[in-house]
Design a protein around this ligand. Structure first.
Ligand code: FPP
Length: 249
């Protein structure tokens, strides 16, 4: 038994059935804060701590890809002070975590309309992505100013442009080429999508990529989400019969 086998087996997990890619809609920071009679921003601050714990858990569990929905295109419509607090938290997170990411083999990646982010966020992102680009244990992708429909629109524009220039024949456009032109072009599709705080919605997240993803919705609010709950979801995932539209066997 190699170390990989022993490591996940100790959590009651089958090493041969581990997901490669876990995606998470981190929801419920505001409600967590309200329940505690605190400002919403306190909920986001606590949410950042969960980001750190779950990233560390995925690395320990040798899950190579983790994608977190940190800020949607719709989130720009929140009150300016909340948007600004989220941007500040992001910069703080990037600055304080980069050294640990470098040390722990975590590669930072970002998807979304990154050009809409304030300069200070883009600079911190570029810095963190540059410093971690050679890491391979875990790719942590932050979806920032992300919307799946906008992602699909930009893909269509790029492919149409290539076709107009004669670089591709429209007949060449297939699922592989479409996938390669999404922001997630270099990532495998998620095996698992988790949404915290109980809402049964996809909220414009990875619409193309989750065609055959296993969905898990938990009532737990994101700041309360733990490594143990992640492990319990992984155990349930391993019991699911993934047929990808085919019959069993
Ligand atoms: C949803 O809670 C959460 C967000 C809109 C942002 C998620 C952001 C973080 C966890 C912190 C920043 C992230 C990183 C990676 C540093 P909500 O505000 O919609 O909660 P509610 O539905 O209860 O109001």
């Amino acid at each position: 038994m190699n170390s990989k086998h022993s490591k996940v087996s100790q959590f009651g997990l089958d090493p041969l059935k581990m997901p490669r890619h876990v995606a998470i809609i981190m929801d419920g920071n505001g409600r967590w804060a309200r329940k505690k009679l605190m400002n919403r921003v306190k909920g986001h601050e606590q949410g950042v701590k969960t980001v750190r714990h779950i990233t560390e858990a995925c690395r320990q569990l040798e899950i190579p890809f983790l994608t977190l929905y940190a800020f949607s295109t719709e989130n720009w419509q929140r009150p300016a002070h909340e948007v600004s607090a989220l941007m500040n938290l992001l910069v703080r997170f990037l600055k304080s975590e980069t050294a640990d990411m470098v040390k722990n083999g975590v590669r930072l990646n970002a998807i979304g309309q990154l050009e809409r982010l304030p300069d200070k966020v883009r600079q911190a992102l570029d810095e963190a992505m540059g410093q971690t680009e050679n890491n391979r244990l875990l790719t942590l992708t932050l979806a920032l100013s992300y919307g799946a429909r906008a992602e699909i629109v930009q893909m269509a524009r790029v492919l149409a442009d290539k076709a107009c220039r004669g670089e591709i024949d429209p007949q060449q456009i297939d699922e592989t080429l479409v996938g390669q032109h999404l922001y997630t072009g270099k990532l495998p599709d998620p095996d698992i999508l988790i949404r915290t705080s109980g809402e049964m919605r996809i909220s414009n997240f990875l619409l193309w990529q989750i065609a055959y993803t296993e969905l898990f919705v938990t009532a737990t609010l994101w700041p309360d989400f733990t490594r143990d709950e992640l492990i319990s979801i992984l155990q349930r995932f391993q019991q699911r019969d993934r047929r990808f539209g085919k019959v069993e066997g």
